[in-house]
Design a protein around this ligand. Structure first.
Ligand SMILES: [Zn+2]
Length: 447
């Protein structure tokens, strides 16, 4: 079936028993173990195959090889000549459940105010919290669906969706319900990216709770409620169980509070992420290292226990911390749009490379510090401003992003036997991904 609403790229949601073949495209599978040879052999890193066919059957990739589509009579044929096919993009860090606009802050920041100064003047997360609380659940659900459709039309086949504008237990649960409702109805969900919901209750202070510590305790006490919702989520197709996150930063949550929240969530079997070391060296990476080590030591990384999946932002993270995290299986996530909109430093690809660290690249789409639903542009910025190599960017928005979201078993690479989730854009070489900064040359999205 084809989505009649999409204006730009054609969105194909593969039906059961449907056969689709793409013929003669340049295919980038991203399925390569040899990630260390980054720059010189990017064709190897990207798993590039010229004049290649892709066969999809029952929503599964059946073949990736030259001439694989030769005997596929009765299949829907997509001509891939002059096009590049690669895994669908994965946005591992977004805040898409909100109401209201914070464009005033964009104007203030353009005049030279920092994010923290804007917050001190009454802007920031609390503005989105007020608008979000004032919106009805139906409104929030509808605006979320519109944003998710937009992301899919821009090539994002899976995204992580954080709450965090409710700022008390009841409101945070309401935002999770919104996500659940949006992905529950098959007709709607078939044209949304796959989704990984994340509770970001500890995003800022709660107006109802006196002090961050009390709010944190209320959230920890509510973990059974969050995790029982997680069971409901488990029934949904293309939706991952609920994870948790925390904004560990000066003037926000402390190391100790973050550690309590994340430890408790891990004990409940939930995966965890951290907003870490964005405005200062606030200790987020150190918390993640300590938690991961503890999980390893207690052999608690077995079934039914959560994993520390990612540390995100990282402007002030040290190379040695990131390297330790990589060894522990925790994926660094860099967010170039936030640097672009908040006029703060970009995390430097060159620096990560020399330290031997790989990273995911995500949008951080949110109403304040990154009011742009475009992972494609985040990738573009990582290349032109962050100094990431082309292959690092392309793996950063696919296979590394899948790791950061904990969906690497089914997403992020093109491989026979995996669900068909891919994009096709006009071009003749991998570099052509960057032919337009917003991905205007994206032609087809297949989920
Ligand atoms: Zn964020």
């Amino acid at each position: 079936m084809t989505n009649p609403l999409s204006a730009g790229a054609e969105i194909i949601s593969v039906k059961e028993h449907e056969r689709i073949v793409i013929r003669n495209a340049l295919v980038l599978t991203m399925d390569c173990d040899n990630l260390d040879e980054v720059e010189s052999t990017s064709a190897v890193v990207l798993g590039a195959q010229k004049e290649c066919d892709v066969v999809i059957e029952n929503g599964i990739v059946k073949a990736i090889a030259p001439n694989a589509a030769a005997n596929q009579t009765g299949a829907r044929v997509i001509q891939g000549r002059g096009c590049v096919v690669m895994p669908g993009l994965i946005d591992a860090h977004t805040h898409p459940v909100f109401a209201g606009s914070r464009a005033t802050e964009t104007v203030l920041k353009a005049q030279g105010l920092s994010y923290e100064e804007v917050t001190a003047r009454g802007g920031g997360i609390v503005v989105s919290m007020r608008a979000t609380r004032a919106a009805s659940t139906a409104e929030l659900r509808a605006s979320y669906i519109a944003r998710a459709r937009q992301a899919l039309a821009r090539g994002v086949v899976a995204w992580e969706a954080k709450t965090g504008y409710g700022l008390n237990v009841e409101q945070e649960l309401r935002l999770l319900e919104c996500l659940y409702e949006a992905h529950k109805e098959e007709k709607v969900a078939n044209f949304l990216p796959a989704m990984a919901p994340t509770v970001l209750g500890p995003h800022a202070a709660s107006p109802e709770q006196h002090g961050l510590d009390n709010y944190m305790q209320a959230l920890i006490d509510a973990l059974p409620q969050f995790s029982s919702l997680a069971k409901k989520y488990a029934e949904l197709d293309r939706v991952k169980p609920i994870s948790v996150d925390v904004f560990l930063e000066r003037n926000y949550f402390t190391r100790e509070q973050a550690d309590r929240w994340l430890s408790a969530a891990l004990q409940h079997g939930m995966d965890v992420h951290l907003h870490a070391d964005e405005f200062s060296r606030s200790g987020g990476c150190e918390v993640a290292i300590a938690l991961s080590q503890k999980m390893e030591q207690t052999h608690a990384r077995a079934r039914n226990r959560g994993r520390v999946l990612s540390v995100d932002h990282l402007q002030y993270a040290t190379d040695s911390d990131l390297l330790k995290l990589q060894t522990l299986g925790v994926m660094p996530v860099v967010l170039p749009l936030t640097s672009f909109f908040s006029n703060i430093a970009y995390v430097e690809g060159r620096k990560l490379r020399s330290a031997g660290v790989r990273a995911a690249i995500a949008s951080d789409f949110n109403p304040g510090s990154a009011p742009m639903n475009s992972l494609w542009f985040a990738a573009f910025l990582a290349l032109v401003k962050g100094g990431f190599a082309m292959s690092e960017v392309l793996t950063g928005v696919t296979r590394h992003a899948a790791r950061a979201m904990g969906v690497e078993a089914s997403h992020g690479v093109l491989r026979v036997g995996l669900p068909a989730q891919m994009i096709m854009f006009e071009g003749n070489c991998p570099e052509d991904f960057f032919a337009t900064p917003l991905g205007d040359h994206l032609k087809t999205v297949i989920i």
